[in-house]
Design a protein around this ligand. Sequence first.
Ligand code: SF4
Length: 106
Amino acid sequence: MPDDRKIPHRTVGAEIAEMVTARGWLRDAACLGEDPELFFPLVERETDAQVARARAVCRRCRVLLACRSWAIEQGEDAGIWGATTARQRRAISREKRGGTGRRSAS
Ligand code: SF4
C-alpha cells in the first residue's frame, strides 16, 4: 500500500491508492510530497504564478510525458498535469484529432 501522503495531486483515499497501483509511473512523480493545491489553481491561466510554480515542478519530473499522455487520454479537465493546463491539453487533443477546435460556419 503506498503512503497516501505521497500521492501526487490528491488527498488520501482508497480510490487514489488503486490509481497509483494501476499507474506505476506515479511512484516517480516529482510532485510527491508537494501540496496538492499547488496543482489545482483556482484560475488556470498560463501566466498565473501558481501555474508557473506547478509547471516548474513538472519540468523536473522524470515521468512528465507519461503523466501528460495519461491526462490527455483521460480528458482530465482540471489541474496541472505533465506541465500542461486543461486548456493546453484540450488543444493537444484537438490537434491529435486533426481539428482546429473552431466551429464550422455551416
Ligand atoms: S508531470 Fe507534474 S503532475 Fe505529472 S507526475 Fe510529474 S510532477 Fe506530478
